[in-house]
Ligand binder design. Structure first.
Ligand SMILES: *Cc1c(COP(=O)(O)O)cnc(C)c1O
Length: 434
């Protein structure tokens, strides 16, 4: 088949649907959908081919973009996953991608790859709950310690950098408060710190891009070294699979491949196929719609007399709206502030550890709303609500959460694909109960 144009002549949104038609991992001439592979081991028709497979695996001599791999065993390399990785790298604007069983497997892999005994991580003080417990409870057992600071405090960041620092880690927008971190500003600070260090001691910037998805933000283009994400969320969109990915420079591909082989957290090929066939191709369409809906719902909430504060990066009054405009853009360069909303209620005082008004609101939604579901996760085509303080961020210490600006009464909404009137009306009915 002779194509008249190269893939580079097509736009990203089209590419997410049609994939990498120059891939050596799939016969693009005869399939419309890529085949779903389900084979733990692969037939090797000679010992010579078997031996060659092991020589080629994670070899610097192989250019995997032009070389048809010799598959051996699912945990090493596998075609459905390989095709997904090519497309995810493209979507994120990175050179390479490796996928993992979950978002946490991807985050622990990049931390384990960049840091060894005696090294240090600097992380923003609010992260996803399991990232917090990974860095604060597990990593210290391997001699890797984390400084938790407010990355929007430049002096604090400069003071936290030591000769042992190897990784600067953060999410933006931050879960759940939707505070932003200026990726380009972090790049400038890290470049300064790296100036007098040998390459192997450079601090690497790792951004968790789960909240925004590559449709709304591409951290590597903005200055990050690596982008990590949970595929379970916005990339999946259909809430049926778990997965994670690391995207970054080509030079790290083989090291990360070997790390993944030994730690073993590979993505199931059937989940990879779902992300490849359903998730990525529908990403742009889903998010373009979810952003519009989020705007309407955020406006509805802001105008409601019982609502105190609505945080949405798309609002002009978001305290970091300028940062949002600069770094949250879609593939056409248009502002893409995401589908997440955070809000608090007026006069929602604490009663001991309870927050009666917020609990009433969420319980009413859980019990009576048709189109808003009480559940963790996000980026799903169905609208989800949760109380981050007591649920996804339960792992963070109580007093720390307060210091970090997380309110016990904060409500997180992940806007789905429903009609925005219906979402607003379910919220209106619930607000009448408090
Ligand atoms: C869900 C999530 C993760 C972890 O992903 P899993 O696929 O659940 O392991 C990491 N970071 C953020 C911001 C998340 O929302």
């Amino acid at each position: 088949m002779k194509r008249k144009k190269t893939k580079g002549q097509y736009r990203t949104r089209t590419h997410l649907i049609h994939g990498n038609f120059e891939s050596k991992k799939w016969d693009y001439n005869h399939h419309v959908n890529p085949p779903m592979s389900a084979s733990a081991m692969y037939r090797l028709n000679s010992t010579q081919r078997g031996a060659q497979g092991f020589v080629d695996f994670a070899s610097e001599a192989i250019d995997e973009s032009t070389h048809a791999p010799i598959y051996i065993y699912d945990r090493l390399e596998e075609p459905s996953r390989g095709m997904l990785e090519e497309n995810l790298a493209y979507a994120e604007g990175g050179e390479m991608c490796l996928t993992f069983a979950t978002g946490m497997a991807a985050i622990s892999a990049i931390a384990g790859l960049l840091c060894g005994q005696g090294d240090e991580i600097i992380a923003h003080q609010v992260t996803y709950g399991c990232t917090y417990s990974l860095f604060s409870s597990r990593m210290p057992r391997f001699g890797i310690n984390t400084h938790w600071i407010d990355l929007n405090d430049e002096a604090a960041l400069k003071a936290a950098i030591t000769p042992q620092t190897r990784m600067l880690y953060f999410e933006t927008p931050i879960n759940p408060t939707l505070t932003l971190i200026d990726i380009a500003a972090m790049r400038r600070l890290v470049d300064d710190a790296n100036q007098n260090r040998p390459e192997e001691q450079h601090i690497k910037i790792v951004v968790d891009n789960t909240f925004a998805t590559p449709y709304c933000q591409r951290p590597i283009e903005l200055g990050a070294d690596f982008s990590v994400m949970s595929l379970t969320k916005g990339i999946s969109g259909f809430g049926a699979d778990m997965g994670g990915a690391v995207v970054g420079p080509r030079a790290y591909y083989n090291r990360l491949l070997l790390y993944r082989k030994d730690f073993g957290g590979v993505l199931n090929p059937r989940s990879a196929w779902n992300f490849l066939v359903y998730g990525l191709p529908s990403l742009a369409t889903r998010f373009a719609n979810q952003i519009k809906t989020a705007h309407h719902v955020a406006k509805f909430l802001r105008e409601h007399p019982k609502v105190d504060r609505v945080v949405y990066p798309g609002f002009e009054d978001h305290p970091q709206h300028d940062v949002a405009r600069k770094q949250m853009t879609n593939y056409d360069g248009n502002f893409a502030p995401g589908n997440m909303i955070y809000f608090t209620l007026k006069d929602a005082e604490m009663d001991g550890k309870q927050h009666p008004k917020v609990e009433r609101l969420i319980d009413y939604l859980a019990d009576s709303a048709y189109c808003i579901t009480l559940a963790v996760s996000l980026g799903y085509m169905k609208t989800l609500v949760e109380n981050a303080y007591s649920m996804t961020h339960a792992a963070l210490p109580e007093d720390e959460k307060r210091k970090m600006g997380m309110e016990p009464g904060g409500i997180r909404l992940s806007i789905g694909l429903e009609d925005w009137h219906d979402i607003s009306e379910d919220l209106r009915d619930a607000l009448e109960q408090v």
